[in-house]
Design a protein around this ligand. Sequence first.
Ligand code: PHE
Length: 347
Amino acid sequence: MQERLSEIQNQAKEDLAKAESLEEVERVKTKYLGRKAGVINEIVKAIPSLPPEQRANSGKSANKLKQEIGTWIEERKSEFNTSAEVSLTLPSLDVSQPGEHKSYGHRHPIVQTIDEIKGIFKKLCFDIEYGPEVEHEYYNFDALNIPADHPSREDFDTFYLGNPPGPIRAGKRLLRSQTSTVQIRVMEKKKPPIRMIAPGKVFRPDTVDARHASMFHQIEGLMVDEGVSFGDLKYVLTLFAQSYFGQDIKMRFRPSFFPFTEPSAEIDISCSICKGKGCSVCSHSGWVEVLGAGMVDPNVFETVGYDAEKYTGFAFGLGVERLTMLKYGIDNIRLFFENDLRFLSQF
Ligand code: PHE
């Protein structure tokens, strides 16, 4: 019996050494350890017919061999498993192939302009603030000294939203039509001195044409302190325009009116698309209005609880699409929102 077992041991070793694949190892396993016709099982079945004094020892030896063969099989299997992984990964790497170009996309031109303007004002120590796009009438109109009968409050100039059930807190809900709302929200929270800009989307039911869209972007500016003058406003805006467009930029201040600033001005930039000759973007005037500005009206200071005798300030609001159009010579605002990659990928 012992002889037969050591024969089996040698044979199994040999068979396993010859096996060249996982399937062949499996075959060796079935041959020796198979439940039905496995070599070891056949031996075990024969034990009861041995003389009684041999039975116990033979049983032990057969069991030991069974375990031994089992361990060898597992060892051989693990060799094939790792080499199988290697053979799977190797052929896919062909170092002679040219590299694949992956396109990651980039920021939208409007976002690029906003980021550039944020950078300019950060250098002038202005904070960046944000306010909600869904606003209350109070922040969009009342607190900005805009009277109840002002035409900009009409339905055809403002997108009103249905109010949620419950008490109306600060007037009707609407999509903000200007970023001036953020002036109020910041002054409610902070005491002077204030230097901030607030970029964001605004919404107006305008008829869409080359210069108008029903959603566009503004950047609001506000500086409040003791002794802030119109000269400071002009200085900051000139510095800004020169940083954004270059030293040669032409600017023009026109007297205007906004309920929340007094005095007020509209500021035009010479049309870079037609070089001042006249085109559809500048309504054939050679100038494009890009900014509204002025000195903060004392009524606004009173509303937010600032001492209007002590503090003065300036505010401005600029149109981001207009500035981008002028800088890059884009003659139609709709291009920004049509998601045409032939246009967008140029930036
Ligand atoms: N909110 C004004 C507009 O949208 C612009 C503006 C901002 C004017 C701040 C004066 C001061 O037209």
